[in-house]
Design a protein around this ligand. Structure first.
Ligand code: NDP
Length: 451
């Protein structure tokens, strides 16, 4: 094989921008990884020669399709669906499905790219993928959501399978949507198989899967604090979001003796100076999952709480911050506000919630910063365990899965420290996660030759 000239990072990013015009989220995600990987592979000719990063930053395939469905008023509605299969070097494609009006190809390509590194970090055999639609389930009836999910799966089923690609939930896709999609897959194929994760316990779901991402993000935070001989007990935390990840992060934070004072949704955030305890978290879960309400209603129910319309919670004083809503929800100014107010650690439950400028603020201030690809990997890790249980037709109990999740998060933290330790007690968790995630995928790709 010919020895290629080393492409520098500027040239590499120029190419990424040229090939992906207007895909800002995808370019942002590649940029963040490329910085660390170029440094790591500087003296490793084999990765340059084989163009490994260039290949990981080009999805294996992007499937895009029309999804037609009929609303309750008999109007025909047309949405777009996608599945991005980014890389399957170390296992079947694996990653969630997102239903939200903000979904587009750029967002799904960024998520599938990030997922490739995250899944590798878990140590389990899973490649990276992501899918979704610009369908917005908010305000839709159950039957409308069912008809949409069935139509979506009527195309998606051709591209997935337990050894090919195993989707899960994400924003806008919870137990209800997974149920409708699994039912349709089973009807079309006449096969019961572990093709989706995040299923309900009654039909092959895993204990701990709903809790895993939020709990895992708090375990990662605890690991970062313990590494500095500190802990969660007695600390105040701000959390964004009020969905699956946010409510479970709040739950574990409270269990470990922390005090959670905020939650949010896309309309604004609530601040409860008394703390959001388990009873209040249960109330929020019921509000969001069963009544499909808005977080503003929290302030009507609990009189000491205040709702701040159209605002985000990052100016509230805290020791710890957990962004658990969506991408780019924490910018440079908000990162500065967190640092100035004394925040010592950030653990991302969401994917890429902090902008690149915001991340720089955390790095410059040398606070503990756990990026989503490491901190929120508990969800996909337990999804991986759901796949194993389905394949073996068994189910493990809650305690066993809880222990496995704790161990997996410790393992991920350990890998970040191994590759990200900067000396003098400072760990660059982004660098650690990027390099550890990259190395396993890259070595597998080297073994395959040019494919
Ligand atoms: P949910 O749909 O359960 O909750 C999402 C929450 O974020 C809601 O409170 C939602 O508010 C809010 N939100 C969504 N979009 C925006 C926006 N543009 N601005 C402000 N708030 C917004 O999703 P999850 O909890 O499952 O996912 C949250 C994040 O965690 C995502 O980044 C996801 O990719 C990531 N993640 C999830 C995993 C999982 O296991 N579920 C695994 C790993 C990562 P509203 O109701 O107003 O839309």
């Amino acid at each position: 094989m010919a020895v290629s000239d080393h492409v520098d990072i500027e040239k590499f990013m120029e190419g990424v921008k040229k090939r992906n015009p207007g895909q800002t989220e995808f370019i942002q995600a590649v940029q963040e990884v490329a910085q660390d990987i170029f440094e790591f592979i500087d003296d490793k000719e084999e990765y340059h020669e084989a163009q490994i990063l260039r290949r990981i930053a080009e999805p294996d395939r992007v499937v895009s399709f029309r999804v037609c469905w009929e609303d309750d008023n008999h109007n025909i509605r047309v949405q777009r669906g996608w599945r991005v299969q980014n890389n399957n070097a170390i296992g079947p494609y694996k990653g969630g499905i997102r239903f939200h009006s903000s979904v587009n190809e750029s967002v799904l390509k960024f998520l599938a790219f990030e997922q490739t590194f995250k899944n590798s970090l878990t140590g389990l055999p899973m490649g990276g993928g992501k899918g979704g639609s610009n369908f917005n389930p908010k305000g839709k009836s159950d039957s409308e959501v069912m008809r949409f999910c069935q139509s979506f799966m009527t195309e998606l089923y051709r591209h997935i399978g337990p050894d090919t690609d195993v989707p899960a939930g994400d924003i806008g896709v919870g137990g209800r949507e997974i149920g409708y999609m699994f039912g349709q897959y089973k009807r079309i194929t006449n096969r019961w198989e572990g093709v989706l994760t995040g299923k309900a316990i009654e039909y092959g779901g895993s204990q701990m899967r709903p809790e895993a991402t939020g709990y895992g993000a708090v375990y990662f935070l605890r690991n970062m604090l313990n590494h500095k001989d500190d802990g969660i007990e007695g600390k105040t935390a701000v959390i964004s979001g009020s969905g699956n990840v946010a409510t479970h992060a709040a739950e574990m934070m409270t269990k470990l003796g922390g005090k959670v004072v905020t939650l949010s949704d896309s309309d604004g955030f609530i601040h409860d100076p008394d703390g959001i305890d388990q009873d209040k978290i249960d109330w929020v879960k019921d509000l969001k999952n069963n009544r499909r309400g808005r977080i503003s209603e929290y302030a009507d129910e609990f009189s000491n709480a205040t709702f701040y319309e159209g605002e985000r919670p990052w100016h509230v004083e805290c020791d710890l911050a957990l962004p658990c809503a969506t991408q780019n929800e924490l910018n440079e100014d908000e990162a500065k506000a967190l640092v100035d107010n004394g925040c010592i650690a950030v653990s991302e439950g969401a994917n890429m919630p902090t902008t690149l400028d915001g991340v720089k603020v955390f790095h410059d201030a040398k606070i503990m910063y756990g990026p989503g690809k490491a901190a929120n990997a508990g969800g996909v890790a337990v999804s991986g365990l759901e796949m194993s249980q389905n394949a073996e037709r068994i189910s493990w109990n809650q305690d066993r899965l809880g222990d496995m999740l704790t161990e997996l998060m410790e393992g991920i933290h350990g890998k970040c420290v191994e590759y990200g330790d900067q000396g003098e007690g400072y760990v660059d968790y982004v660098k650690g996660a990027n390099i550890a995630g990259f190395k396993k995928v890259a070595d597998a790709m080297l073994a395959f030759g040019v494919v």
